[in-house]
Design a protein around this ligand. Structure first.
Ligand SMILES: Nc1ncnc2c1ncn2[C@@H]1O[C@H](COP(=O)(O)OP(=O)(O)OP(=O)(O)O)[C@@H](O)[C@H]1O
Ligand SMILES: [Mg+2]
Length: 229
């Protein structure tokens, strides 16, 4: 069964002048299962980030339905959506958005602060953070501040932070967009590996065909419609 399903999802951005309203997405259907990966490519302004924001429950569709892990998102309150964002979805953006005053380890643990859990969960979180940092080759940098890391290293920390609450869906918007070719390739390797070993559904928006081709499926978003390449 699909972990994430979109049925006829449309998005219109309203404008002061009704004729100036912008129809960005037009009845998009999409399904993704745990363990699957897909890339969305398309011209700038075609609505890729808009689509990712709807899936990530950061914004609501104008019409249509999104189901995530059996929950119909449009039926949920803002508070319930915030809970889903925190527990079920990991986000990686073009810019890492790490907090400069916190260490690598503290940055990774930030999403765990909002989750109410059993006693001893704290130690488990730290263990998991250290294991993940080890996986991405950064365990020795745990006490460093992000400012001392390279762009590729910071982005790897952002990936670890996205995975700390064990989401089943990882959304990435241009995750390699600010990286040089070597770091971009390393991050692509990491995402592909985590997709398999952590059995997460991975959806990445990218302008890089090199990254896109590493995913199971590549979709193109153009003129409001999504087509499989
Ligand atoms: N909040 C908003 N209000 C009005 N229009 C918006 C809003 N957000 C995005 N848009 C418009 O919707 C269209 C799609 O934007 P979006 O950011 O989704 O494109 P994109 O495919 O991610 O582009 P890029 O590749 O440059 O990141 C653009 O024309 C943009 O100007
Ligand atoms: Mg975008």
């Amino acid at each position: 069964m699909a972990y994430l399903e979109l049925n006829a999802v449309s998005k219109r951005y309203a404008a002061a002048e009704p004729s100036a309203a912008l129809d960005v997405l037009n009845r998009i259907d999409l399904a993704i299962a745990v363990g699957e990966s897909l890339a969305v490519v398309g011209p700038s302004g075609s609505g890729k980030s808009t689509l990712l924001n709807l899936i990530g429950a950061l914004d609501r569709p104008s019409s249509g339905s999104i189901t995530l892990d059996g929950e119909v998102l449009e039926r949920l309150s803002e508070e319930q959506l915030a809970g889903i964002r925190n527990r079920k979805i990991g986000f990686v953006f073009q810019q890492h958005h790490l907090l400069p005053q916190c260490t690598v380890l503290e940055n990774v643990l930030i999403p765990t602060l909002a989750v109410r859990r059993r006693r001893n969960a704290r130690e488990t979180d730290v263990e998991r953070a250290l294991a993940l940092l080890d996986r991405v080759g950064l365990s020795e940098r745990r006490d460093h501040r992000p400012g001392r890391l390279s762009g590729g290293e910071m982005q790897r920390v952002a990936v670890v932070r996205a995975l700390i609450n064990q989401p089943k869906l990882l959304l990435a918007d241009e995750p390699t967009g600010s990286l040089d070719q070597h770091s971009a390739q390393a991050l692509g390797d990491l995402l592909a590996e985590l997709n398999q070993t952590e059995s997460i559904a991975l959806m990445t928006v990218t302008h890089s065909m090199e990254l896109a081709r590493r995913m199971n499926k590549v979709y193109r978003l153009e003129n409001g419609t999504l087509t499989c390449e």
